[in-house]
Design a protein around this ligand. Structure first.
Ligand code: ZN
Length: 566
């Protein structure tokens, strides 16, 4: 490992960063692949070259999860600016954390009352990539994603209907907490398959009932909430008089009033748009907690204000979620926190767009509601075949997170082939023979990839640049171009960072694949022998039949290559 002055450490499969600290010391930050540990350490001060051996000799580098350590980025690259689209200001803004190198990020997690579906996958993958990229840039990120296990009513805009979890518990004849456990496990299982890193903290609403009651009390005390018949509501009119209800969604209360009519069953509320902070439980309601107002349960919006403040502070850097949460959920979160604290809670609001299926919104009533397990097994009637978790992940990365994403069999098949091509190129790259000096120009590819990511996580552009590298790798493999050993190493590093560290893609070997590859190799070896004996009918037949099966065989001077092309 050559000593590199001012270099940055990169750990395989993890994000790590460095920056120059006080007195010229190199500050190193480690994030383990297990996602459980992160640390900041100092190596000997000064800008002198830092070698791998010297670091190990100092007892500094002993990560259990890491097999090797390499120098890759320069300190300047680490400082590359990240621009994020802020829903609050409606423009792309330079991301500047409140207290670097720390970043606090809160993302609204699932309400766990049914199987994880495609709609869950998009925010999970989007914010996983943001989490990974922030760590890659050297930030120490605390990523909080909640689990909603109470208070999410069926009609979420007007606080009516049954609690989604209670309802499911009744239908399945299970305890509400059995429902929560069952579907939380299913969500985690699907997230693991999609290779999303676990958040730093995953708080649950039922674990924060006392804090939610405290905030409700505070809001009553500040005059922004009122009690009626054991329920407590947030006074939107009053809030809007002093602040701006609609600051995030762009809605104007007056227009909302003009365009809607009062709904039945809302007599308790002073204003039509007031929302529940605490709801008195009806006699048969199972999920209930004692409070000074009534035996009841918290309103849905309250948990996120409470848990984000508890774990990230009164003001924190990033709040994420799907665009469908902008109103009323996030608008209400802002109102609650601003009313209680006197200032806004979040600096950057980041929202991912929705998923459609064959151009339609996904809904149970439309019969196009596809769970992730159905995707992975191909068991839904709209699916022509199974799509692997990495195909789904890669497909999502092929769109910028703020654009809509339409699922169709054609698009997923194309994503599957694209991913295969990328992964094949990485394998090919590992076996390339260096050719003295390079004839192909790879300079600039890495910078362009970073640039795309820094431009509001433009993953499709970064992927397009990776495919420039794929093209060069295949040309080199075909003997049409040459790459130096150094350039091969750079491309390997680029692929490792982008494909694995940032995009979170991993090779998928389904059970039995090794055996099938063995059979394929046997068949192709027989073909080689036939060719050597000039038995062209046999060799052509094998090639043609494989081609019909979507496996393309390419002859080379010293053997053959094959790839799955359809
Ligand atoms: Zn939320």
């Amino acid at each position: 490992m050559p000593p590199v002055a001012g270099g940055c450490l990169r750990l395989p499969g993890v994000a790590a960063g460095c920056r120059w600290g006080e007195g010229g010391a190199l500050v190193l930050q480690f994030f383990m692949p297990c996602g459980r540990f992160s640390g900041i350490s100092l190596c000997p001060a000064g800008n002198s070259p830092v070698s791998h051996d010297a670091l190990q000799a100092s007892g500094f580098v002993t990560p259990l999860c890491c097999k090797s350590i390499t120098f890759a980025q320069t300190a300047d690259e680490m400082k590359s600016a990240l621009y994020l689209y802020n829903t609050l200001t409606r423009k792309k803004e330079l991301f500047e954390p409140l207290a670097p190198p720390f970043v606090g990020m809160y993302v609204c997690g699932p309400t766990v009352y049914s199987e994880a579906h495609l709609g869950h996958a998009r925010p999970a993958v989007t914010f996983d990539v943001l989490y990974r990229y922030l760590m890659h840039l050297g930030y120490n990120v605390r990523y909080v994603r909640n689990i909603t296990d109470v208070g999410h009513l069926e009609n979420e805009t007007d606080d009516t209907g049954e609690d989604k979890i209670s309802r499911r518990a009744r239908q399945e004849h299970l305890e509400p907490m059995e429902i929560v456990q069952k579907y939380m496990n299913s969500f985690h299982h699907a997230m693991e398959k999609l290779n999303t890193l676990p958040p730093s903290i995953e708080p649950r609403a039922t674990g924060h009932i006392i804090e939610q009651q405290q905030l409700t009390e505070k809001l009553i005390g500040e005059g922004y909430a009122y009690e009626v018949n054991g329920s407590v509501y947030f006074d939107v009119e009053k809030y809007d008089g002093r602040h701006n209800y609609g600051i995030l969604s762009g809605r104007v209360l007056e227009d909302m009033r003009a365009n809607s009519r009062a709904l039945e069953g809302q007599d308790e509320k002073r204003g039509q748009f007031d929302f529940a902070l605490w709801k008195k439980a009806a006699p048969g309601h199972i999920m209930r907690w004692p409070s000074k107002w009534s035996d009841g349960f918290p309103g849905w919006h309250l948990e996120c204000s409470v848990m984000s403040t508890k774990y990230l502070g009164e003001t924190f850097d990033i709040h994420g979620g799907g665009m469908d949460l902008i109103f009323p959920h996030h608008e209400c979160e802002i109102a609650q926190s601003t009313a209680a604290q006197g200032h806004q809670p979040v600096r950057y609001w980041v929202h991912n767009n929705m998923v459609t299926i064959n151009g339609q919104k996904m809904a149970r009533s439309l019969g196009n509601f596809i769970t992730l397990e159905e995707m992975f097994s191909g068991s839904h009637k709209l699916l022509a075949r199974a799509y692997s978790p990495m195909t789904i992940r890669f497909f999502m990365l092929q769109a910028q997170y703020r654009s809509t994403l339409d699922f169709s069999n054609e698009a997923l098949l194309a994503a599957s082939l694209g991913l295969q091509k990328l992964m094949n190129a990485e394998k090919t790259l590992a076996g390339l023979i260096p050719g003295g000096s390079s004839t192909a120009d790879i300079s600039g590819i890495a910078a362009k990839c970073h640039e795309a990511m820094s431009d509001d996580l433009n993953t499709p552009i970064a992927i397009a640049h990776l495919f420039d590298a794929v093209r060069i790798i295949n040309l080199v493999n075909d003997g049409k171009e040459k790459l130096s050993a150094e350039d091969i190493r750079s491309l390997q590093e680029l692929f490792r960072i982008f494909i694995h560290d940032l995009f979170g893609l991993r090779a998928e070997e389904s059970a039995g694949n090794d055996r099938l590859e063995g059979v394929l190799k046997l068949l192709l070896d027989i073909r080689q022998e036939a060719k050597a004996k000039k038995e062209w009918a046999v060799s052509d037949r094998i090639r043609d039949r494989l081609s019909e099966l979507g496996i393309t065989v390419k002859d080379r001077k010293d053997g053959y290559d094959w790839e799955i092309t359809a």
